[in-house]
Design a protein around this ligand. Structure first.
Ligand SMILES: [Mg+2]
Length: 254
């Protein structure tokens, strides 16, 4: 576990006093860091995506199937567009996809600006984990511009680092975003606890070697090694964090 600040060149968003107080080393057998997914885990933003995806499909002249909507939960822009174009029977045209990405981003941004809704217990859970001294990262497949709008509401100062889908070679379900976050924090992903709501995000965290606290939102998430399921973030305590991490870890090693 780190005993100093973040790696050189990576500015911490934590005030100095908080950093020194936490020291990143007060947790005993808990995770080295807690890595939070955003959409569907912290924010009820998948409902916003449902609207913006439907609007985008209509703009393309079609209607997105429920199966395709479910499939893109937690996905990055590239995968989302590939699934959408397949679902609508459109040719995978790079230029058309770029225009569609712009439309989807603008429409989602408009809806984000109208107001974000927290998932139950999420705001309190962020405070609990931070107050307990664990460094936190936001690890999202959403692109930086939209994430920044969301961070206005979430509070960017809560996180030591934030990693977005357009800042890594491959988004979730590849492990890249989680590996990048762990690297920036100066910890091993295997020592981290990720909090995820989707099958795609859970797979990414598991592939990175992290323990996963799964709190499903819109779609069910299969059980698997290294995953601990919880119904919601309501009442999450430091001992719940320690427990989830050690349980998932032991399960992974079994
Ligand atoms: Mg999610």
């Amino acid at each position: 576990m780190r005993t100093d600040g973040p790696p050189p060149g990576q500015e911490s968003h934590l005030p100095d006093a908080t950093r020194q107080q936490s020291g990143f080393a007060v947790i005993g057998d808990g995770p080295a860091a807690v890595l939070w997914d955003m959409d569907g885990t912290l924010l009820d933003s998948e409902k916003i995506w449902t609207v913006s995806l439907a609007d985008t499909a209509r703009w393309l002249g079609g209607e997105l199937s429920q199966a395709a909507r479910d499939d893109v939960v937690g996905s990055n822009m590239a995968r989302t567009l590939t699934i959408m174009f397949d679902d609508l029977g459109l040719e995978q045209d790079a230029g058309r996809k770029a225009e569609t990405a712009a439309f989807l981003t603008i429409r989602t941004g408009e809806l984000f600006a109208e107001g974000l809704i927290w998932r139950p217990g999420a705001q309190e859970a962020l405070g609990t984990v931070r107050d307990a001294g664990w460094p936190m990262a936001l690890v999202t497949n959403t692109e930086r511009a939209l994430t920044e709008m969301a961070l206005d509401a979430i509070g960017r100062e809560r996180f030591v680092v934030t990693v977005c889908g357009d800042e890594v070679p491959h988004g979730k379900p590849a492990p890249d975003p989680y590996l990048r976050a762990a690297d920036l924090l100066g910890v091993d992903a295997e020592d981290c606890l990720a909090v995820e709501d989707s099958p795609t995000g859970t797979l990414a965290a598991a592939r990175a070697g992290a323990s996963v606290l799964v709190v499903p939102c819109d779609v069910p998430v299969p059980t698997g090694p290294g995953r601990v399921h919880r119904e919601s973030l309501v009442g999450l305590s430091p001992s719940d964090v320690r427990g989830a991490h050690s349980l998932a870890r032991a399960d992974r090693a079994a």
